[in-house]
Design a protein around this ligand. Sequence first.
Ligand code: ZN
Length: 205
Amino acid sequence: MRAFLITSLLFCIALISVTSSKANDQPASDTKNQAPEVVVDKYPWEENQNCPFDDYGATGIPSSVMAIMKKLSLTHRITQGINYAAKASNYHGPDTVENGVDVSFAIDISVKCLKDNEIIALLEILAQNDIVAWYRLRGVDGWPEDKEKKYLNHIHAVYVKGTLKPQLSAQVQNWLNGRNGLFTDLPYTYWTPSESVKDKIRDLL
Ligand SMILES: [Zn+2]
């Protein structure tokens, strides 16, 4: 198996190493479209005693999504799964039924204790795992800057391979177009996915 060694700002955080090198028997042109292999010793967002979490009680999370959350050590950070609010902007409404239970392929993820470079690394790794996501930061990219702080900073994420309701299908397209995935339809500036990961997401649709 070929190993890759790529040094990039994105993965320069201390606890994640991305390795890449060109195999001697392969021309460079054969490797350029392949996503780098991410070798992880420990994620900065894993549970640790210096950053305690409450149980957010999120429900309605599909088993496919939960498997990825477990793989990426994110289950303790899920703040919202399904939400039955009856409004058009409710991206967390039911998408389908799994084992007799309504599920939503949108989840929210807490960014508690994470630095910007770690949040960006998380967004990229989620996309590598078929989940498109935005960091909703108050006052940035169309997320309201409200003094009452009702609009929490968080990551909103959508599992692309799910059976998506129209709102979520539209969000995935919006993500591919570099937009913020909100009704304001502004450019998303906090982070730009790599072209290789965008191609991977396109191939899933
Ligand atoms: Zn959300």
